[in-house]
Design a protein around this ligand. Sequence first.
Ligand code: SPD
Length: 352
Amino acid sequence: MNATRTACMAAVAALLAGCGGNSRTLHIYTWSDYIAPEVVAAFEKAHGCKVVVDTFDSNETMYAKLKAGGSGYDIITPSSYIVSTMAKEGLVAKLDHSKMPNVKANFDSSFANQIIDPSFTYNVPYAVTYTGLMYAKDKMPKGLDMATWKVLENPAFRGKITLLDDIREVVGAGLMSLGYSLNSRNPAEIDAAVAEVLKWKRNIRKFDAESYKNEVPSGATWIGQGYSTDTTQVIVGDEEEGNAPRSDIGFALPKEGFAIAFDEMVVSASAPDPDLAYAFINFMYDGKNAKDNMEYIMGPMPVKPGISALDEEYRKLIVLPPETLARGQVLMPVDDAMDLYNKAWDRIKATK
Ligand code: SPD
């Protein structure tokens, strides 16, 4: 048999086996800048498939899309506190751990106090973000303590602040600023948090979950409530994308408390290719893949061999020291009190 014919037959055989012909596609629905393109490419190569990544900017947007019938996703990465709601509503599948042995083998139990559901029935922890204040150092008055939510009411920042377009993060910041729990279900405390956020409102340019990442570096925004991963990506820069490191940008985690939010990998109840979804979760719990992914997203994944493999300079940027972590509060479900939060949010948005 000649060489051309042998090559052709091999290609046909690969297609029939469902690999090498990009015949399978994994659909991921996740936050922006939250998965390394090189890790996605490595998964495509390892599994002979294509990966399509769509993004959302808040749990509410993601949830509303799924509730409105948005289907076609295999993997979704909601924050932990909304997973139980999604499970109750039949939006996510019960997981088959026999198809992703790396998860239980490689889970790093030092993250146990940051996760909500250690049973991993519907969820596998993906990565954790810490919410704080990203700021342009040269715009801050000398000596100002940035590690407090109180900076948000400083009249020096009129029209120069953005807050996340995210109910739990914003009402939660108001609660913590007053010394209350991030997960308060007390109506009086939630009312007080609304009043606190309204004190900040004259300084607020807009509620937006993504623009701070470009607008703090450009100077359009001076302080942006934002996620540790996005901010660290900006500070460190990305040579390949032509983004220089930005030592003029700071990130502060307020002393009154900050949100710790794990995002979880869940398999959609209507996943077109659940087996490929399991293969993906297993792949992300491999040490090398997790390390490569963490060094791109700049946030920790609870994958022990991945954390151990981090270069020391990355570890310092990605893994919070215990004394800092101790000031954080894990975002938890508030169940029926979510109604109070929704109403609080409406008041915050409606008040001029
Ligand atoms: N690029 C944004 C990544 C943020 C992921 N965590 C969000 C937690 C929301 N409470």
